[in-house]
Design a protein around this ligand. Structure first.
Ligand code: ATP
Length: 252
């Protein structure tokens, strides 16, 4: 993708660590002691069967759900005592559903966070939105309504919106799952650009090509636990556990 504006504009990259994370919904023990460590400026993909706890892990790591046990650290410092909003501002999230406001323009969707949460003035926020839209190749759609864009374009706007908050870390939760196959490529290319520009990222995905080719590290989850973790080559060509072998044989 030809970008005239960098995607990532931030200070030094940070690392993110989850230690022994537990979460139950009633008697459903969804996370059963998850450990994850993402080195600064690297991309970790999380793969695993449906219901294994992948989305819940992201939601615990940004404290949309408070972990019932364990710790979350950024650059080795626990953030559990901080205001959760402070943590959430450091983490940009992109979901399967783009969740753009339909009655606002594309640029207004991107401006909203910087205006409300970062206190930027109208002109400053507009300039930031245009620059960020340029970085995802969509500045020409600034004044369009989201509904006039393709799903892939809407997802790229959602990414621009997250990046406009200058996050230190990005989470992607099945960001391409709702897209028609021909639109997946553009969004994955953008995510690849972000990885290459040194964003710290966790990507929950069923796109095994992306996991294999782009990520630095792969985490395989099953039944709320990390069953196996390693470099993509190891996970995809030298799986150790039967559970990972079975999972891969079903999807590859
Ligand atoms: N808010 C919630 N309240 C109650 N149970 C929940 C909640 N969120 C998730 N769960 C349960 O937690 C378990 C794990 O769900 P989660 O969405 O994290 O799995 P997943 O691995 O992301 O699955 P998928 O690949 O299908 O998205 C499921 O049993 C789910 O029903």
């Amino acid at each position: 993708m030809a970008n005239s504006h960098p995607l990532v504009d931030r200070g030094a990259a940070v690392s993110l660590t989850g230690q022994d994370l537990h979460l139950s919904f009633g008697d459903n023990h969804v996370l059963r002691g998850v450990d994850i460590h993402v080195e600064a400026g690297t991309t970790t993909t999380v793969i695993g069967p449906s219901g294994s706890g992948k989305s819940t892990l992201l939601r615990v790591l940004n404290r949309l759900h408070e972990p019932q046990q364990g710790d979350i650290l950024i650059d080795g410092r626990s953030v559990l005592k901080d205001d959760p909003d402070q943590l959430r501002r450091r983490i940009g999230m992109v979901f399967q559903q783009f969740n753009l406001f339909p009655h606002r323009t594309v640029a207004q969707n991107v401006e909203l966070g910087p205006r409300k949460l970062l206190g930027l003035g109208k002109d400053e926020a507009r300039a930031l939105a245009i620059a960020q839209l340029e970085s995802v190749g969509l500045a020409h759609k600034a004044d369009a309504r989201p509904s006039t864009l393709s799903g892939g374009q809407q997802q790229r706007v959602a990414i621009a919106r997250a990046l406009a908050m200058h996050p230190q870390i990005m989470f992607f939760d099945e960001a391409t799952s709702a897209l028609d196959p021909e639109l997946v490529k553009g969004v994955l290319a953008l995510m690849t650009d972000l990885s290459e520009q040194g964003m710290t990222m966790i990507v929950v995905t069923h796109e095994m090509g992306y996991a294999r080719d782009v990520s630095d590290h792969v985490v395989f989850m099953d039944e709320g636990m990390v069953v196996e973790t390693g470099a993509p080559e190891q996970i995809f060509t030298d799986a150790r556990s039967d559970r990972l072998k079975t999972f891969l044989s079903q999807i590859l």
